[in-house]
Design a protein around this ligand. Structure first.
Ligand code: HEM
Length: 798
């Protein structure tokens, strides 16, 4: 396309500059292409805008659609620059050759041979077979189990599983610990699973927490879902409950998992951004997949930036089955409830922590266990029958939906305690291999089509990650239940089987090892299967917004404000305005109020709502679910393991510092002396105290609370150090508890901090004490609140 050159106006210059950004853009792209970068921005915007919603969504549900899938929507770019990786693709050379044209997959000449452009092309398998439906697994009936025959799904997932080595393809960044599960009361009426057989029964566990999108060395405090994977080494074999800290998921069918992960991972051309969803491809994908709206609400909430692994819930997500000795089955959703309550970071804090301590969560878990402060969760079951669930407004096989606790209460059945750090990170945490297929008698699967793909995926990917077969023999993966079978040989084999029999039936080994039979062996629950073999989804899967609304409506005003701010931040990082527009149009369906707030934050008008796949809205069973708020589980109000900074400098008043340090220690918190440097300082009375960290190496946002000391000379020294103001402002902005002793109230004034809330009321997190007073109890009680959101303004005042 020819571009007309003219002298740029101020506005044009700004949008031309914006077209060069890789991580943010104004509400509207450049109006006219004046050079290559703006041409690309304009053409990209036009292309994305030409697909304002996912036209196929309307035809993805029900039997008739399942047997007659539509052709996918596609659109041609006005310029090839829109779909290119780079503006520099026109710089040809003997090694790189030339750029790819639309539809070309040349197999000759230098790199041209392998360059692919799928513009205008149909989706195919690796065998060149056109794929009629890229949305659904092949199942026996719309609600039926997925079928092994599904060569398309297996090819797609198998390829995905082996995409990245040597780290995990997803959840690469994580930390683990050993512990035990203790059963409170026998659950034998509903399940014969080994861990639930007797009151007091102990089952060893290994747990790994993780982020999803980042690489192995990425920061802990990324905005992301957290993995919560538990391996139970039961006396009847290993059971892995491979869950997340969010009870729902982005997609409904395993067929879409590689697409989702490709969209959220760093973009393939320049490998940016690391461990972040705030970029074009993620929002392009999810805005075309309205079923992700509910999960997006959770992912944009403070759940996605936990304060600690120890302070987050865990969920099995899918419906599973429990089966008892009589062969009777109920469905179950698994929940982990943290004893310390649910607490999160705030976004500004998470961003800063990721620079100062990328290992924040790993360190927190390790230090707590080393200190004997063993993290603890209770395990809960939500159980229900097929019959009970039939009339619910959502399908229990749809992983984008949860079952409100107000509809089916959670029954607590036991507790898990993590009481031992690994001896070696690689041998244990890195080599551990969880798998949803690892179940024991008494636990079985539902027909959730997302779960079916997972059952295949984990072992498959681990074959590459852990170097071939036999990784089940790596000590961390080996069960404590005996293993006897006729599987033999392969890379890295450890077991040395005796004798010459490696087949069954045999007589040379006396028939051993023999088939266990129903009394002791795993028998799949005989759920009936009798429907057409189809790719499709049940009609109820077409409802995409009711639970997104339920979640949003169930949050406190502060949590709602954080969700809106998170959408604003993430979508402000999108460089293609049409993608933003499409996403906000989807939010209108979930919550017009939220959509309006996000649109305002992005400087754009509220768009018309996206068309809905389900024309008639459903009537949800529950309009408000208070248990969905993080505030529903404050914990016991204690401050064990909380970290408090006590600023010191020469001339500090030592008696009040010693008193507060002792009170914190007695309450189980960690009070650290933080100086302008580490090392010895002299108090006003001539004693020596030792700062164990400095404002430079442990900045303010790493602490849960702050004590500003008395002692005029110390206050003068701190006032002259620029770090002090940053330290205090971070604590204040993140709504933490501050104790201000004697002369240090001058530091508050210097930081521009008001002594009252914006409403004029007293600030419950700001405790100012006269010289000689040390209100430790008030401070500890305020710290137990974790944060004081009453103070928060958007934008922040300090
Ligand atoms: C079809 C959908 C999914 C597929 C194909 C899939 C696949 C994978 C793969 C290949 C890994 C790496 C495993 C390894 O290298 O050991 C992984 C890890 C993990 N996945 Fe999924 N996943 C899916 C959905 C989910 C969902 C819905 C959850 C939560 C309920 C989840 C939770 C996890 C966790 C916690 C890990 C990390 C396990 C660890 O700590 O080693 N995944 N997933």
């Amino acid at each position: 396309m020819a571009t007309k050159k003219s002298a740029p106006t101020g506005k044009q210059t700004a949008s031309r500059a914006a077209a060069r950004n890789t991580d943010s853009a104004p509400a509207k792209g450049p109006a006219a292409p004046s050079d290559a970068a703006t041409l690309k921005a304009v053409a990209t915007q036009d292309l994305a805008a030409s697909m304002p919603h996912n036209a196929n969504k309307l035809a993805q549900y029900g039997h008739d659609n399942a047997v007659n899938p539509p052709q996918g929507a596609s659109s041609s770019p006005s310029s090839l620059a829109a779909t290119g990786s780079t503006l520099s693709e026109e710089n040809t050379g003997p090694k790189v050759g030339s750029m790819a044209g639309p539809g070309i997959n040349a197999t000759i000449e230098s790199l041209d041979r392998v360059r692919v452009d799928s513009g205008g092309q149909m989706l195919t398998t690796n065998q060149g077979v056109a794929i009629a439906d890229n949305q659904h697994s092949l199942k026996a009936g719309l609600r039926g189990p997925a079928l092994l025959e599904d060569f398309i799904l297996r090819e797609k997932i198998t390829h995905f599983d082996h995409e990245r080595i040597p780290e995990r393809i997803v959840h690469a960044r994580g930390s683990g610990a050993h512990g035990f599960f203790e059963c409170y009361q026998p659950q034998t009426a509903i399940t014969k699973a080994a861990p639930f057989k007797e009151a007091g029964k102990i089952t060893p566990v290994f747990v790994r927490f993780s982020t999803v999108a980042g690489e192995r060395g990425s920061k802990d405090t990324a905005r992301d879902v957290r993995g919560f994977a538990v391996k139970f080494y039961t006396d009847e074999g290993n059971w892995d409950l491979v869950g997340n800290n969010i009870p729902v998921f982005f997609i409904q069918d395993a067929m879409k998992f590689p697409d989702l992960v490709h969209a959220v991972k760093p973009e393939p051309h320049h490998a940016m951004p690391q461990a972040a969803s705030a970029h074009d491809t993620f929002w392009d994908f999810v805005s075309l997949m309205p079923e992700s709206t509910h999960m997006l609400m959770w992912a944009m909430s403070d759940r996605a930036i936990p304060r600690s692994y120890r302070m987050m819930e865990g969920f099995g997500v899918h419906s599973f089955r429990l089966v008892n000795d009589a062969g009777e089955s109920r469905f179950v959703k698994f929940h982990w409830k943290p004893k310390l309550g649910t607490h999160s970071l705030v976004w500004d804090e998470a961003v800063k922590i990721s620079g100062a301590d990328p290992d924040f969560h790993r360190r927190d878990l390790w230090e707590a266990i080393e200190a004997g402060e063993f993290p603890e969760w209770e395990l809960g079951f939500q159980t229900f029958t097929e019959e009970e669930s039939k009339d619910w407004s959502f399908d229990i096989l749809d992983a984008t939906k949860l079952i409100p606790e107000e509809l089916v209460p959670v029954q607590i059945v036991g507790r898990m305690v993590l009481n031992r750090n690994p001896d070696n990170f690689f041998a244990e945490t890195e080599q551990v291999a969880f798998c949803t297929a690892h179940v024991v008698p008494g636990i079985d699967f539902s027909n959730d089509p997302l779960l079916a793909g997972r059952i295949h995926s984990y072992v498959d990917t681990q074959l590459t990650r852990l170097g071939g077969p036999n990784f089940h023999e790596i000590p961390i993966n080996a069960p404590i239940a005996p293993v006897h079978n006729n599987q033999r040989d392969g890379l890295h084999r450890q077991a040395v089987p005796r004798g010459r029999v490696s087949y069954e039936p045999n007589s040379l080994g006396g028939g051993c090892p023999f088939q266990a039979g129903a009394a002791k062996g795993f028998v799949s629950f005989p759920a009936p299967v009798q429907e057409d073999k189809v790719r499709g989804a049940p009609e109820k899967f077409a409802e995409h917004y009711a639970q997104a609304r339920l979640f949003f409506e169930s949050q406190t005003p502060t949590e709602q404000a954080h969700i809106a701010a998170a959408f604003r931040f993430e979508l402000s990082k999108v460089t293609v305005p049409a993608i933003r527009e499409r996403m906000v149009a989807g939010l209108v369906n979930a919550s017009p109020a939220l959509a309006a707030k996000v649109a305002e934050g992005l400087g754009m008008a509220v768009p018309d709502p996206l068309p809905r796949a389900l024309a008639t809205p459903v009537t949800p069973e529950i309009a408000q679910s208070p248990m969905l708020s993080l505030m529903a589980r404050p914990g016991d109000g204690g401050i064990r393991t909380r970290k408090v900074a006590i600023l010191v400098a020469n001339g500090v008043e030592g008696t009040s510092i010693a008193a507060i340090q002792k009170a914190l220690l007695d309450a189980g918190a960690v009070g650290r002396l933080v100086g302008p440097r580490i090392g010895a300082f002299t108090t006003a009375s001539g004693d020596t105290i030792d700062a164990d960290c400095s404002m430079e190496n442990e900045p303010g946002f790493l602490f849960d609370g702050l004590v500003l000391p008395d002692g005029q000379a110390a206050v003068d020294a701190l006032a002259a150090d620029g770090h002090t103001m940053e330290f205090i402002k971070a604590q204040y902005r993140h709504c933490k508890t501050l104790l201000v002793l004697g002369a240090s109230s001058a530091l508050l004034a210097q930081a521009g901090i008001e002594s009252t809330l914006p409403t004029g009321e007293a600030d419950p997190g700001l405790i100012v004490a006269a010289a000689g007073e040390s209100p430790a109890n008030d401070f500890i009680a305020a710290l137990g609140k974790h944060r004081h959101p009453e103070r928060e303004t958007d934008p922040p005042k300090v």
